[in-house]
Design a protein around this ligand. Structure first.
Ligand SMILES: Cc1ncc(COP(=O)(O)O)c(C=O)c1O
Length: 412
């Protein structure tokens, strides 16, 4: 019998959100962020759904994540957002992955490897306009890009930057101005500009000037609102809901201490339910004495410390909340709902952290056309058998290693 804790991932919601974003940006391109296992939703399933909803490209943080998408048959351009280790160059070329260029020596090595196999490497150059992480500093970016452009066997497909305070329009406008400074210099040096992109979710929602030719959101495609951003332009549908069931329920008398550290003492005779969900599942320990879950459509408070595999909730005021009762941690039950954004604010965390925290051992149940189309097992994030068959337009068969990457069509 499977443990009754699972995350439901509604692929219809991801498709709808992607379409809504495409409409908001007037049909410009979308480079959809599916890094970090699709923000905890499952990268492959999320990528299938985003492609079905109109995403033109996919963005990941590391080569292994790009390989996972290619192995799942995804042919759209897959862009690395961070520099890869040199050892990854062969894989990058084999699978037509778009490398992130943040320094000239790496570009040189990528070019040399591509020339050796008679291929053309795909590259996007990262410009640091204020994030302070990877990327060429604005002052030297144009010269470096002109140098890289001369390298044989390497095509610069795009230039991008990343916003540090995208909820703050004035800081973001300044970063955009610096990006334009770099692109203007390149234009006046005679370069035909490749695809330009900058906007993450918050900038996609509230800064049309930052849309450029392509936006690069993650969070909003999963149906979550970025904290502090004006989201009036779009209605998003959360793709993830988190579910469990009461596995044990007992009456305790007033004055009973509960859980590790005895941080909670009942003030009345109480009914305490045990949920099979703990911090190893991504139900953060910070929820101790602070969280709430839905049972029978009512909010029940978390009591005592969240432990690794189990959490206690007080169901004294929830009629019929006995063993087997369904529990919603994030999502809707009856007329009530608990949004990830609400809990993130309560814990002083961000929504990203809460969905990313949902652990691999929590089964993902995928819904498409309101039907369950696949489910992972408790201890793996393998793609469910057959899910790919629902996305014939998003997939192709992957060629053997040693190719020039041109097998995967460019979409721009
Ligand atoms: C470089 C880069 N681009 C785009 C994104 C997408 O950001 P968001 O999920 O806020 O839309 C991220 C996310 O961290 C990122 O690091």
């Amino acid at each position: 019998m499977a443990r009754p804790t699972y995350a439901e991932i509604n692929l219809d919601a991801i498709i709808q959100n992607t379409r809504a974003v495409k409409k908001l940006i007037g049909g410009k391109k979308i480079c959809a962020a599916v890094k970090a296992d699709g923000y905890g939703h499952g990268a492959v399933a999320a990528a299938y759904a985003m492609c079905a909803g109109g995403a033109d490209m996919l963005a990941v943080a590391m080569t292994e994540e790009a390989v996972q998408l290619r192995k799942a048959g995804i042919a759209r351009p897959v862009i690395l957002l961070s520099p890869a280790p040199r050892e990854d160059i062969d894989t990058i070329l084999d699978l037509g992955i778009t490398a992130c260029i943040s320094d000239v020596p790496f570009a040189g090595e990528l070019s040399a490897a591509a020339v050796r196999r008679g291929a053309t490497a795909r590259a996007q150059v990262n410009v640091d306009t204020g994030m302070g992480r990877v990327g060429f500093p604005c002052a030297s970016a144009a010269d470096a890009i002109m140098t890289i452009q001369q390298l044989p066997g390497l095509e610069i497909e795009g230039l991008f930057t990343h916003f540090a305070c995208s909820e703050d329009v004035s800081v973001t406008a300044e970063q955009l101005r610096m990006f334009k400074y770099v692109t203007d210099r390149l234009k006046s040096a005679g370069m035909t500009l490749p695809l330009l992109h900058a906007a993450n979710s918050a900038a996609t929602l509230q800064m049309p000037d930052a849309h450029l030719q392509c936006v690069r959101p993650g969070l909003i495609l999963y149906g979550l609102y970025p904290p502090g951003a004006d989201a009036s332009g779009v209605v998003l549908r959360p793709a993830m809901s988190l579910h469990s069931r009461v596995v044990f329920c007992k009456k305790v008398s007033a004055g009973t201490r509960l859980g590790y550290g005895h941080t909670f003492t009942t003030e009345r005779d109480s009914l305490i339910a045990t949920l099979p969900l703990g911090y190893h599942d991504g139900y953060l320990r910070q929820y101790s004495n602070r969280g709430e879950v839905l049972i029978k459509g009512k909010r029940a408070p978390v009591v005592g410390r969240v432990s690794m595999d189990q959490t206690l909730v007080d169901v004294t005021d929830v009629p019929q909340a006995g063993e087997g009762a369904e529990v919603v941690i994030y999502g809707r039950q009856g007329d009530s709902s608990i949004r990830v954004e609400e809990m993130a604010a309560r814990l002083e965390r961000i929504p990203y952290e809460l969905t990313c925290a949902v652990a691999a051992r929590v089964r993902r149940r995928y819904i498409l056309n309101s039907t369950v189309v696949g489910e992972t097992s408790s201890c793996s994030q393998d793609v469910p058998e057959g899910l790919r068959n629902y996305f014939p337009g998003s997939t192709i068969n992957v060629p053997p290693p040693g190719g020039d990457g041109n097998f995967f069509p460019r979409s721009f």
